[in-house]
Design a protein around this ligand. Structure first.
Ligand code: FE2
Length: 358
């Protein structure tokens, strides 16, 4: 019933500028736009794509708009993790029967390219899941959007080396993690694929990962756990003002090329302590890539019983210490870099300490 991620929509202060960031720094390609010229009166949106990934950036045209309210409260943030469904009426009904709160019931929109049916339910914080049925639609994105073509000099989709959304990691309020795991199990039929609690010297978090049976949707959920200091989860909750999507992980088939390309575009990654690489070979064994390359590019590695993965994290990209991006390459591994969670946690905490928020 729930087939995969259709698109991810951010509410932002300036959609065009954010779209430029994703096209110029991350190698996304302009796909579509909507606004006053296409009949939208209260918002403008720009859609970018790379591989199977579709991101939508939307800003308000009116200070009274709920989009403006969202940006004032949360800053630039992921608003909608839209899920593709084969039958929106059945999917929406199922969600409500399992206790989801309706935001908008199924509605049809259409243009010369066909018909889309869509409904929306609420999840943690002010985040929503749209349910999108697009099997009778051939247009660039959705009805109401017009195509927006690439810029000059544009084989840029090859620059980013990003092919799909691997996972969307989300922070929820303290004490609600079990409830939200149950929500995704009941409402979307996801199963729990991973469980990890992390404790560092100063802070702690609990993490459980829910995912769809077809493996196309993976949602790590995290809550702060009691500790001496303030965890990165609490910092997110404080600056985002409630639960929300903390990081978006893009899958790459060549993370070294991806990192080089994204760095050339100006994207800034978290630095990994040099001592991390002293013990890496002992921890992950033989891998295809050279450890010197990984160290030069701040790429982390981890192994589980299925294989290994490589991953790297950016600085926050939203103007607040809230959401950031990850690039991950999987060599069989099905985990999320559990062995690196502590390393990431400590890397993020160093940045957090530098901001005076630890
Ligand atoms: Fe991640």
């Amino acid at each position: 019933m729930f087939q995969g991620i259709d698109h991810i929509e951010f509410y932002v202060g300036n959609a065009l500028a954010t779209a430029y960031f994703y096209t110029n720094a991350l190698g996304f390609r302009p796909l579509a736009e909507s606004g006053l010229e296409t009949g939208a009166r209260d918002r403008q949106s720009f859609v970018v794509t790379q591989g199977e990934i579709r991101l939508v950036f939307t800003n308000a045209l009116d200070p009274q708009s709920p989009i403006a309210d969202s940006v004032r409260l949360h800053g630039d943030a992921i608003h909608d993790i839209a899920i593709q469904v084969d039958d929106v009426d059945r999917a929406f009904q199922h969600c409500l029967e399992q206790g989801a709160r309706a935001i908008a019931g199924p509605a049809t929109s259409e243009d010369a390219d066909g018909v889309v049916r869509r409904a929306t339910i609420a999840t943690f914080g002010d985040t929503v899941h749209s349910l999108v049925q697009r099997n009778e639609y051939r247009g660039p994105f959705l009805p109401g959007y017009r195509p927006r073509s690439g810029r000059a000099g544009a084989p840029i989709e090859e620059r980013g080396h990003l092919c799909a959304v691997d996972h969307i990691a989300c922070c929820v309020d303290r004490g609600t993690l079990t409830d939200w795991v149950g929500f995704y199990q009941r409402v979307f039929g996801f199963s729990e694929v991973h469980h990890e609690d992390v404790v560092t010297e100063r802070s702690a978090m609990n993490s459980r990962v829910v995912g769809s049976a077809n493996g196309r949707i993976k949602v790590p959920l995290m809550e702060p756990a009691p500790a001496r200091g303030r965890s990165q989860i609490e910092e997110f909750l404080d600056y985002h003002h409630g639960g929300g999507a903390q990081h978006l992980a893009f899958l790459s088939e060549d993370i070294r090329a991806a990192v080089r390309a994204l760095q050339a575009g100006g994207l800034e990654f978290l630095e990994t302590p040099a001592t991390y690489y002293d013990t890496l070979a002992a921890r992950v064994g033989t891998i295809d890539e050279s450890f010197a390359d990984l160290a030069a590019l701040n790429i982390l590695a981890d192994r589980d019983r299925w294989g290994y993965l490589l991953q790297v994290f950016t600085r926050p990209v939203t103007g607040r210490p809230t959401a950031f991006l990850e690039v991950v390459q999987r060599h069989g591994a099905r985990g999320f870099g559990g062995g690196n969670v502590r390393a990431l946690f400590e890397a993020v905490e160093r940045a957090q300490a530098a901001r005076g928020n630890l």
